[in-house]
Design a binder for this molecule. Structure first.
Ligand code: EPU
Length: 337
């Protein structure tokens, strides 16, 4: 068991924020995980996965456990499907590519999402018309206090829009160690209805796309809009897209007839937070090293050495402006630590 002290976490969070962990340990197997939990039972623990959905605003006076358990297993079924399990420390995009290389369909729309497999269920990652929950079968998780392993079915997870039981009732209680999906081996059900995917396929004259074609379309769309965390620090969408009442929506639409929106149900409308932020004049703006991405206003960026506090202040300024202008409160999608 190798504990490091005063460890910089800059390499371990996609925002590239340079805070320190008092103690840090990289966990490479389930055995190491159980051993560390039993030895450090009474410690203040902080579980760090791919660090792709968090803003670190202070040094962490904790034992930071970086869950890096690798491994993928597959079990072909007779009904044109395959059960694929990935351990928590697998890089999400590499896992999606593994599935595509093996002709396992279902996760292609979720290509190039940063982070690790283990944290994907926590916020039910989603993009281009597909959410993790659509392919999810179950996950295994270890109880932090007791070390007991529990299997969570899809129903147990209470998945919602960027939400699950692991962000609510069970926050800080379990460490996800393995995630299992059911994918297709033939007759893949492609989801290409998202406008940008349709256009990308059309541009390449693809009429009968494969899962690889869809993945490549998603990759090119993401690259054109979203900054690569290895070049510019970021955590993807900083805020959730707000859902407002149809009544409130009609009032806003009177002043902004072109407002993009999606119907959630008869009484609720979802509005892209990126549009609200752009309308409020923040898109492409920069304060020191903290800024708003110039191609997708929903993404806050760290150009180099911004502190977590500077990014946080910028996010609060955006929230305040949008509250004043539209009377809508933007909720953060990333976890503020
Ligand atoms: N828009 C603007 N200005 C902007 C950005 C967006 O006006 O600067 C408007 C446009 O009308 C655009 C619409 O917002 O058509 C939607 O934009 P986009 O397709 O980029 O999607 P989004 O709603 O901003 C969500 C997810 C992304 C996911 C995309 C594609 C959330 C919070 N974000 O963004 O997820 O990749 O859809 O499915 O739901 C993430 O969670 O980190 C993430 C990147």
């Amino acid at each position: 068991m190798k504990i490091e002290h005063n460890k910089s976490l800059k390499q371990y969070n996609t925002f590239g924020i340079d805070v320190k962990a008092t103690e840090f340990i990289k966990i490479n197997s389930e055995e190491e995980l159980l051993e560390t939990l039993s030895v450090y039972k009474k410690k203040n623990l902080f579980i760090l996965s791919g660090g792709s959905n968090m803003l670190l605003t202070r040094d962490l006076d904790f034992l930071v456990m970086h869950i890096a358990i690798k491994g993928i297993s597959t079990h072909i079924q007779s009904n044109k499907s395959v059960i694929v399990s990935a351990n928590a420390g697998e890089n999400w995009h590499d896992f999606v590519q593994f599935c595509i290389d093996n002709n396992f369909g279902g996760l292609e729309n979720l290509s190039l999402i940063p982070g690790f497999v283990g944290s994907a269920p926590i916020q039910n990652i989603g993009a281009y018309g597909v959410e993790l929950k659509d392919r999810f079968i179950s996950c295994e998780a270890i109880h932090i206090d007791t070390g007991e392993k529990r299997l969570f079915t899809k129903e147990d997870c209470n998945f919602g829009y960027r939400n699950s039981i692991f962000k609510n009732e069970l926050k800080g209680t379990y460490i996800i160690s393995k995630v299992t999906f059911q994918l297709t081996t033939e007759d893949h059900t492609l989801n290409t209805s998202y406008g940008a995917i349709e256009n990308a396929l059309k541009d390449n004259n693809i009429t009968t796309p494969t899962i690889k074609d869809v993945s490549e379309a998603v990759i090119s769309i993401r690259r054109s809009k979203l900054p690569d965390p290895s070049e510019i620090g970021n955590s993807g969408s900083f805020f959730k897209n707000p859902v407002i009442s149809s009544k409130d929506f009609i009032l806003i639409q009177k002043s902004y007839p072109g407002i993009p929106h999606y119907k959630v149900d008869e009484k609720k409308i979802k509005i892209p937070a990126g549009w609200l932020i752009e309308q409020s004049g923040f898109k492409g703006k920069r304060w020191g090293d903290a800024g708003v991405h110039d191609k997708q206003a929903l993404v806050l960026v760290n150009y180099d050495n911004a502190t977590g506090q500077e990014i946080l202040k910028l996010s609060q300024k955006i929230q305040k402006t949008i509250k004043q202008k539209f009377d809508i409160l933007l909720e953060t999608e990333v976890n503020i630590i």
